[in-house]
Design a protein around this ligand. Structure first.
Ligand SMILES: *Cc1c(COP(=O)(O)O)cnc(C)c1O
Length: 434
């Protein structure tokens, strides 16, 4: 049987690991070691020659492990398994999503270069772009979800930095509104600004949808980034990140990772190997639950608007076409506006019992948060309005609980909005009588 022909979910328990390496242990142990013993000095010399690029690996030459900052079995096996979902040539894992993102940007951008990115972005990423990269002489150019190909090309040309454009960086679906960005259209824009000596690379943060529901490499992306803290880890117990792409791209990223020293440790690697075994059943259950929850919310009288990709239709042909082209599921994230404002949104959040009030997403437990004052607090007020991040907006990440329990919890929390609002509507005599 050719391993690559099997479905990824069939390979998550075994791919890349041989029980003979570890006394027959069916699971890959945690290789909690900093360094590895060479059989001979000649072997150590050979490993270093290749690791440091002094020469190419010879055909049939077997290389061994050197030091856990360069590689470690838990990381290598995890990286090999992660490639299967997105059909990537190689992968590099990191101790956080932010270390994956910042390492990619530092490797591909040099002083004088510019980067075009979609807004809104994950807050940490936007901060790194605006406050860190700019200190190193990198120009940042922004476009907003909903802008067309020609509008985006116009923004780049007008910036005065088109000649130095090196990277397009996008996040789709956008958080928390689920606006979609057309990946293949961004690739066309990257090609438009690429020249003989300068390739513009397209990087996609696929955290919200991956690795099951969207495969950016199939649509022209060069680099996929993940906060593995979210769906990949999936249990709210580990912070990690991953980058996927061609062997050539990942080789550059792994080299910089070796010197920044921000690779994931063996324990993180092992936790993620364990998480990957249930990735598909978890994400499928989450998506199924999200559909039920979204349908409930859509018909609730105290809810004004629900953002859920399963509700896209021909009525919004631009977004619907992007959805059909690149999304394989509506996913398990949604957001909605309660009738009222921050007060009503907080009443809802404070009265949830099963769903936890916390940021982050993609985990087995359902989470709720208030983007305007939490994850997106850094965005200035005028822009929040433009991006539809209102004070009445609540974001939900749906977990694997029974959907009826989730709906019951949401229903009872929404009832509190009415009780409190009604009190304000009552006359003082009526309140006395309560
Ligand atoms: C959480 C998140 C990140 C950052 O990842 P960490 O693992 O917290 O460092 C980046 N992008 C998106 C879309 C995220 O949700």
């Amino acid at each position: 049987m050719n391993d690559k022909k099997l479905h990824p979910e069939s390979l998550m328990m075994s791919y890349g690991y041989n029980p003979e390496w570890s006394e027959g242990a069916i699971k890959c142990p945690i290789f909690q070691t900093s360094t590895f013993v060479f059989k001979t000095a000649e072997e150590g010399k050979a490993f270093f020659e290749v690791a440091y690029g002094k020469r190419e690996q010879r055909p049939n030459e077997k290389l061994g492990l050197i030091y856990s900052r360069i590689n470690n079995p838990d990381l290598e096996i995890l990286e090999n398994r992660l490639t299967l979902w997105d059909g990537a040539e190689d992968c590099a894992v990191f101790e956080s999503g932010m270390s994956a993102i910042s390492t990619v940007m530092l490797e591909f951008l040099k002083p004088g270069d510019s980067i075009l990115y979609s807004s809104p972005l994950y807050g940490g990423t936007e901060h790194f772009l605006q406050h860190v990269l700019t200190q190193f002489g990198i120009n940042i150019i922004r476009f907003k979800t909903g802008q067309s190909r020609d509008e985006i090309i116009g923004i780049i040309n007008k910036s005065g930095h088109a000649d130095h454009l090196k990277m397009i960086y996008i996040e789709t679906p956008a958080n928390p509104t689920l606006d979609l960005i057309d990946i293949s259209c961004c690739k066309e824009i990257a090609n438009h600004f690429s020249t003989k000596g300068k390739e513009v690379v397209l990087a996609v943060d696929n955290t919200y949808f991956g690795p099951l529901w969207q495969h950016p490499l199939d649509h022209g992306a060069d680099i996929i980034l993940y906060s593995a803290t979210k769906y990949i880890g999936g249990h709210s117990d580990v912070i990690a990140g991953a980058v996927l792409g061609s062997s050539a791209v990942i080789k550059r990223i792994k080299t910089l990772r070796t010197f920044l020293g921000n690779m994931a440790g063996p324990w993180t690697g092992w936790l993620l190997l364990r998480s990957l075994e249930t990735l598909k059943p978890r994400m499928e259950t989450q998506a199924r639950n999200a559909k039920h929850v979204a349908e409930f919310l859509a018909h609730h009288p105290k809810i004004e608007r629900v953002n859920y990709l399963g509700f896209l239709s021909e009525k919004d042909p631009v977004q619907f076409n992007v959805y059909k082209k690149q999304c394989l599921s509506p996913g398990a994230m949604l957001s909605f506006e309660v009738i009222g404002g921050e007060k009503e949104a907080f009443l809802f959040l404070n009265n949830l019992k099963l769903i936890k009030l916390a940021v982050s997403l993609g985990s087995t437990e359902s989470l709720a948060e208030h983007p305007a004052t939490m994850t997106h607090v850094d965005i200035d007020e005028a822009e929040k309005i433009e991006l539809h991040i209102t004070s009445k907006l609540v974001r939900l990440s749906i977990g694997v609980e029974h959907y009826e329990d989730l709906i019951a919890d949401i229903a009872q929390a929404l009832e509190h909005i009415q009780i409190e609002t009604d009190i304000f509507d009552l006359t003082s005599e009526e309140i006395e009588a309560l």
